[in-house]
Design a protein around this ligand. Structure first.
Ligand code: SF4
Length: 768
């Protein structure tokens, strides 16, 4: 790679095809193919010995937390064979890889050259082994000592006119310990500019649940799945994104639960599951999961949920007291009568039409659930990344409130989080709008005045960098550029910064689309052994159901130059704050128990943290909803009234949603296959209904460009292969990050400011 390139490094994946092969859609997830795929990835990256050693420790009570999703581990017995799924194995393989890149690699590969690779190719280069620095105008990262790197960041931050000119991003991989120190340092520095990946995923859930129920977290535990009578799964693809959830669904099904799935696409993991640790599963004779599948149009969940509520009211009139829970509603909720009036004014036919579901199918669903009370509702990005996401999630809550399903065994809310510690980071105070309680606790314990003004979330951070009011960007993990919307706009924002800093395990595109100067600080991964002065340390994480447990890696790090995230943050804080800070950062570096002691004093729910986190399996954080309490102003759960505003399409327009492939976790691309959907060796595809193809004179395999106009800006994503698919008419799906370029920065969810990556209006143009 010696060719010199003068133009700016590419912000997007190259518009080149990798050789598509199409196969059949899989009617069930898991099974032998999942086992084979797990081993293929782990052996290719880490080899048999290191790979199997890592897998043996993942999600075990004395092991390390899977760096994949936030699905919880069983409280009691864990499988001695494998307490992980195929995608967990892939995540571990990426981290445990023996491939590494250091000074020589960066000397031989310039930034513009690397940027011409796809995200998949970039990610496969291996672990970064040393701190690297890109000087102003430079083309190649060069080695830098840790001390010089910290001093460079300190000088740049301390030269700012205001602390609010710096952005401090956090990804969901960050441990509780690192996240706590990070927010403490950032607030001591003087800003609340603490955007995180939660701003892009479950922020809408946090807002909706907080306003309706008084806590922005889900209420169920894993055990509730064993007792549930009904499990409704909306806008979620657990087979790829939370595969161990299928084990819970299988068990629930065996216990008699009805499973309802509501999603624009049929997904293998929603249809059936072959448990890879059971003979029947390995033979492909597993369990049918969904009793009913409603292929709702993109962003039409709200009218569907309102239709369900309307029919529940109808059923309750036929059998008063048997369908709704009048005692729960009377004693625990506000706003029932107004909500009932609002829903009863609607017509089933209208709601069904808006949802794109036949009213008979909605009636069938209501017949299945009308006398059930133990109902769990699960959802993910398919609900949270729309303009009306907050109101849609509140509509789910409305149904659970009608049925009295919250605060009971076998019922409740279950927003299924993406990255493994995204929930814990928020608990630790990674939030641009800190509560008054947190700020008071920081003042009390650390004797400085933290800033009161809200900071920037992700979207506002991008706008601030683009507008020039933010000048330094620091990321504790993640691949900000590929995770965020409006790729061209975000790239321009990062390029305007004076300095961009990434604390990372592996190379990603955000290192290649950089500020005037840039730093990469390599850190330990979850699976790596973390020792301070010869003593083993561990960190802790909170899963999607509020369980905090320890995470202790045991693999030899690929380089002795790697530092743990808590150490990097503490050293950064010392370098930046200097004499200004009276906090003993050295103590935190000596032993992470001191960090946990500080957390215990500052964050509610962490009493005896050091003792309880050492209990096998950890401990549950308090959750008022679980106790049947609602910490809203009125101390009651609130029925919400929402008015649905459908997206009106002009002629030729389609609604696009971005999705992940099966060989992908968030922005990390493990491979080029999407096995369950039958797409192999290609990511530049657009899934389209055959009727929409016919209208546009498109054939299977045709090439199209995708484009839209928003706020007077034309956005284009070029070169996508049309794949006919069972998706509702006028709806299409594409993989992110390839089509993030089409998501306008101004298109966000009301109240949560989450990018509306699943309601993107586009047109397609056939390439000749
Ligand atoms: S379900 Fe999620 S947390 Fe569990 S092993 Fe799979 S990716 Fe990891």
């Amino acid at each position: 790679m010696s060719e010199m390139i003068n133009k700016e490094p590419a912000a997007e994946n190259p518009e080149k095809f990798t050789g598509i092969r199409l196969g059949p859609f899989k009617e069930s997830a898991g099974g032998l193919p999942a086992v084979l795929s797990s081993f293929k990835h782990i052996v290719a990256e880490a080899g048999w010995v290191r790979g199997l050693k890592a897998l043996a420790r993942v999600n075990q009570k004395d092991g390390f937390d899977c760096p994949g999703c936030a699905w919880p581990d069983p409280d009691d017995e864990r499988s001695g064979i494998a307490e992980y799924c195929e995608n967990g194995a892939k995540a571990v393989a990426e981290e445990a890889t023996l491939k590494s890149i250091g000074a020589d690699f960066f000397a031989n590969n310039s930034v513009p050259e690397l940027a011409r690779l796809s995200d998949y190719e970039i990610g496969k280069k291996g672990r970064i082994t040393a701190p690297m620095y890109l000087k102003a105008g430079g083309q190649n990262y060069e080695p830098i000592s840790w001390e010089a790197a910290f001093q460079k960041i300190a000088c740049s931050l301390n030269e700012l006119q205001s602390p609010d000119e710096a952005i401090f991003y956090t990804s969901g991989r960050t441990s509780n310990e690192a996240a706590f120190l990070y927010q403490l340092f950032v607030r001591h520095f003087g800003t609340n500019n603490l955007p995180d990946c939660s701003n892009m995923c479950h922020e809408s859930s946090g807002v909706a649940l907080g306003e309706s129920l008084g806590i922005g977290k889900g209420s169920v535990t894993l055990k509730d799945f064993d007792h549930a009578e009904v499990i409704i799964i909306l806008g979620q693809n657990p087979g790829t994104n939370h595969p161990r959830m299928l084990t819970s669904l299988q068990k629930a099904k065996k216990n008699g639960a009805v499973i309802v799935s509501i999603n624009p696409l049929p997904e293998s993991g929603l249809i059936g599951f072959n448990h890879p640790q059971q003979l029947k599963g390995l033979l492909g004779l597993g369990t049918t999961l969904s009793d009913i599948f409603l292929p709702v149009k993109i962003n039409s969940d709200m009218p569907l949920l309102q239709a369900i509520a309307l029919l529940l009211f109808e059923e309750d009139e036929k059998a008063p007291g048997k369908v709704l829970d009048p005692v729960f509603i009377r004693e625990n909720t506000d706003g029932f009568e107004a909500y009932k009036k609002h829903i009863q004014k609607k017509k089933l036919a209208d709601l069904a039409h808006l949802a794109g579901i036949h009213d008979d199918a909605i009636r069938e669903l209501v017949q299945l659930i009308r006398y059930k009370k133990k109902i769990i509702a699960c959802w993910a990005m398919g609900l949270t990344q729309h303009k009306n996401a907050v109101d849609t999630i509140k509509e789910i809550v409305n149904i659970l409130l009608l049925k009295g399903s919250i605060g009971i065994k076998g019922g409740g809310t279950c927003p299924v989080r993406g990255h493994s510690n995204v929930q814990g980071d928020r608990t630790m105070g990674i939030y641009e709008k800190p509560s008054r309680g947190l700020l008071q606790a920081i003042r009390r314990e650390f004797h400085f005045d933290p800033p009161q003004e809200p900071g920037f979330d992700v979207v506002d951070s991008i706008k601030a960098m683009h507008g020039g009011s933010a000048k330094i960007f620091i990321a504790l993990g993640g691949n900000f550029l590929s995770a965020t919307p409006d790729t061209g706009f975000t790239a321009a924002a990062l390029r305007k910064c004076r300095l961009t800093v990434h604390i990372s395990t592996k190379l990603n595109r955000s290192h290649l689309v950089h500020g005037n100067e840039a730093l990469i600080l390599p850190c330990l991964g979850r699976s790596d052994r973390d020792q301070v002065m010869g003593t083993d340390q561990f960190v802790s994480c909170e899963n999607s159901m509020g369980v905090v447990q320890l995470s202790k890696g045991s693999l030899a790090p690929v380089s002795d130059q790697l530092l743990s995230e808590p150490l990097i943050v503490a050293r950064l804080a010392k370098a930046v704050l200097g004499e200004r800070s009276k906090i003993n950062w050295d103590k935190f570096m000596d032993d992470y128990d001191h960090i946990r002691n500080a957390i215990e004093k500052t964050i509610p729910g962490f009493d005896n943290y050091n003792q309880r986190v050492r209990q096998p399996g950890g401990f549950y954080l308090p959750n008022c909803n679980r106790e049947g309490q609602f910490e809203t102003q009125s101390r009651k759960a609130i029925f919400n009234i929402a008015r649905y505003q459908p997206v009106i399409l002009d002629e030729g327009e389609l609604i696009m949603m971005t999705i992940r492939s099966h060989d992908q976790f968030n922005t990390t691309i493990y491979g080029l296959d999407d096995r369950y959907r039958g797409v192999y060796n290609e990511r530049r595809v657009i899934f389209m209904n055959p009727v929409d193809m016919k209208i546009r004179h498109l054939e299977n395999g045709d090439i199209v460009d995708l484009y839209n106009h928003h706020d007077g800006v034309e956005r284009v994503a070029r070169q996508f292969i049309v794949v006919p698919y069972a998706i509702p008419e006028t709806c299409v799906a594409t993989y992110f990050p390839e089509t993030n370029v089409l998501v306008p920065i101004t298109s966000v969810a009301e109240k949560s400011n989450t990018p509306a990556s699943k309601t993107v209006v586009i047109k397609v143009e056939k390439k000749s």
